[in-house]
Design a protein around this ligand. Structure first.
Ligand SMILES: [Zn+2]
Ligand SMILES: [Zn+2]
Length: 144
């Protein structure tokens, strides 16, 4: 299972297919993606391998904490985020080359959903703040 950025300079692969994914409606995700929410797969960082473009990957970590948000410094495409030691990662679903297999299973931080795009009535569980299991975040910011 492979993925890449918009210009193709950064390429990666996963040795195991992702099993979990969700939408994040937090304000950080809105800012960084330019959209109403971020669709992302949660993965075990040990299954991630960068194949090309390590020099193009730039990361930004909010001063208040959370995962480092990584993107291609040349084309600006959002790729993934990771915790300090890289053991936990989120891959942006748009970065995969093909069907990642997994489908978004929840919507988190719905309290902060964009006014201009109503949340679709798709039956997915909604978490007003962080998804309960994560126990992180707060004040409308998703760690991943
Ligand atoms: Zn790129
Ligand atoms: Zn978010």
């Amino acid at each position: 299972m492979t993925g890449r950025c918009l210009c193709g300079g950064v390429r990666f692969e996963l040795t195991e297919p992702p099993t979990e994914a969700g939408y994040c409606h937090c304000t950080r995700c809105q800012r960084r993606t330019g959209t109403a929410s971020s669709a992302q797969a949660r993965i075990d960082g040990a299954t991630f391998r960068l194949l090309a473009g390590a020099d193009l990957v730039a990361g930004w970590r909010h001063p208040d904490g959370g995962f480092e948000k990584c993107f291609c410094r040349f084309c600006g495409a959002h790729l993934f985020s990771r915790n300090e030691d890289g053991s936990q990662m989120s891959i942006r679903l748009s970065a995969f080359d093909g069907d990642p297999g997994v489908r978004p299973m929840w919507r988190a931080f719905t309290n902060y959903a964009a006014a201009w795009e109503p949340i679709p009535d798709d039956g997915l569980p909604r978490f007003p703040e962080a998804k309960a299991r994560d126990g992180m975040g707060g004040a409308g910011f998703e760690p991943a």
